[in-house]
Each structure stands twice: as structure tokens, then as C-alpha cells.
Design a protein around this ligand. Structure first.
Ligand code: PMT
Length: 222
């Protein structure tokens, strides 16, 4: 892209899954590959931003020109994001953060026992909601993975979490969501903004999302 709408801005992107430990050899996680978040970070950097990528465990390479901070759990991701938040211009929460973690983390490998086993889970901190409460001038962009009533739930999250935009992902659609190289999303924002982006490579989609958001924001401030 020739023009650099994010020049002079600090953009923080979260990506990938989190891992919530059960014992030294086991954990809870999800199918996020990090591709969408890494594409957002690369796009932010290409559009001129000083970009920080806070990533859960993934097996893809980070884009060049971004600062990578690797984390494991939802708690570590929360701490890393909060540390970067105050002087950030834009925070993009593409990560698929665990909503629950084991209440007890065993120091030793859990042994097999006859019959059923139970792992008691407790809630993790909702990072996006915490940032929504803390935000002053930052533009807060969340993602939402949904399987039904995608736009409806995305609008709910926009309000509940005090985000400026939610990028809603229908993860049941073929070629969309977890692990794929392409994605289809609906960008939902204040003032009834609702824009659909159909089936694009994640990198191309990331550029279009950021360009669209920057246009909407400059139109608003005029
Ligand atoms: O990584 P890929 O394989 O490329 O897949 C991309 C993706 C499907 C993971 C991505 O496009 C996506 O939709 N990410 C958000 C997934 C998600 O966790 O959605 P959610 O509806 O559970 O969460 C909504 C928002 O709250 C997200 O911005 C999430 O980062 C945030 N959240 C959720 C839980 C939590 N404890 N803290 C959070 O901040």
C-alpha cells in the first residue's frame, strides 16, 4: 500500500490460542493457528504502524518488522497486553483466549484411576472486557468466533465489552475461521456499521479491514 494510514501509531495485536495447564504434561487449548492475528500484525506494520504482536503458542513464523512477545496462558496474555495498553493507539484482539482454566494445576502428572475423572474449571479474565473498562483514547478492535446468529452476537459483544469494532467470524463456513488460509467476516461497529468481507486470503482481508476502519474513523472525526 502506498499510503501509510497507521504511520506514527502503536498497534498491539494478540494472536493464536492460549494454553491452560492441567498438569506438567497436559493442557486445554483450541484450534487457533495464529494465521489471522499474524496477518493483522503484518498488515498493521505494512500500513506504517509500530506493531507489537502478543502471541500464544503457534507453529507459524512471525512477520518481520513486528515485535513478538510470546505468552502461554490467558493470564500471561492479559499481563502482556495491559503492559502495552496505555500508550497504544489501536489494540486488536484476534487471539482465541480460553474462557476457562483448570482451578487446580497439578505439580505432578495426574495418574489414571478407575472410572470417571473430573477437572473443575474456573473463569479466566476477559481481556477485551478489561481493556474496554480501562480504555481512554485507544481504538479497541475485538474478534468474535460464532457458529450462529453471527452479527447479532457480535453486536452484543461490541456493547458489553465497550469495543469500537468487532470482526465477526462465522466459523462454520467452509474456508473461514480456525486454521484456514482464507476468511469471511462481518465488521460490526458503532453507528450501525455492518460490512461483510467475503472469502479473502487472511493477509488481504487484514489490509482491507484496517483500511476500512481507518476510513471510518477519519470520516467520524471530520
Ligand atoms: O488463528 P486462526 O486459525 O487464523 O483463526 C482465527 C480466529 C478464528 C481465532 C479469529 O478470527 C477469531 O475469531 N478470534 C476470536 C476468537 C474468540 O475467542 O472469540 P470469542 O467470541 O470467544 O471472544 C471474543 C473476543 O474477546 C475476542 O477478541 C477475544 O480475543 C476476546 N477474549 C475472549 C475471552 C477472554 N478470556 N479474553 C478475551 O479477550
Amino acid at each position: 500500500p502506498k499510503d501509510l494510514p497507521l504511520k506514527g501509531k502503536k498497534v498491539v495485536v494478540t494472536a493464536g490460542p492460549t494454553r491452560e495447564r492441567i498438569d506438567p504434561v497436559r493442557f486445554l487449548t483450541n484450534f487457533s493457528s495464529g494465521k489471522m492475528g499474524y496477518a493483522m500484525a503484518e498488515a498493521a506494520s505494512d500500513l506504517g504502524a509500530a506493531t507489537i504482536l502478543i502471541s500464544g503458542p503457534v507453529s507459524i513464523n512471525p512477520p518481520s518488522n513486528v515485535k513478538l512477545i510470546s505468552v502461554e496462558s490467558a493470564k500471561e496474555m492479559y499481563e502482556a497486553v495491559v503492559e502495552q495498553f496505555d500508550n497504544a493507539s489501536i489494540v486488536i484482539k484476534t487471539a482465541a483466549v480460553a474462557d476457562y482454566k483448570p482451578k487446580e494445576v497439578h505439580d505432578r502428572k495426574m495418574k489414571k484411576q478407575p472410572g470417571e475423572a473430573t477437572i473443575v474449571l474456573e473463569r479466566t479474565t476477559d481481556i477485551l472486557a478489561a481493556l474496554g473498562e480501562r480504555k481512554t483514547t485507544q481504538l479497541l478492535i475485538g474478534f468474535a468466533a460464532e457458529t450462529n446468529d453471527v452479527t447479532h452476537y457480535a453486536k452484543g459483544k461490541l456493547e458489553k465489552k465497550n469495543a469500537d469494532y468487532i470482526v465477526a467470524n462465522d466459523v462454520t463456513e467452509a474456508g473461514s475461521g480456525f486454521g484456514t488460509d482464507t476468511n469471511s467476516v462481518t465488521l460490526v461497529g458503532k453507528n450501525d456499521v455492518e460490512i461483510h468481507f467475503a472469502h479473502l486470503p487472511k493477509k488481504e482481508l487484514a489490509i482491507q479491514l484496517l483500511q476500512t476502519i481507518m476510513k471510518l474513523e477519519t470520516a467520524e472525526s471530520k
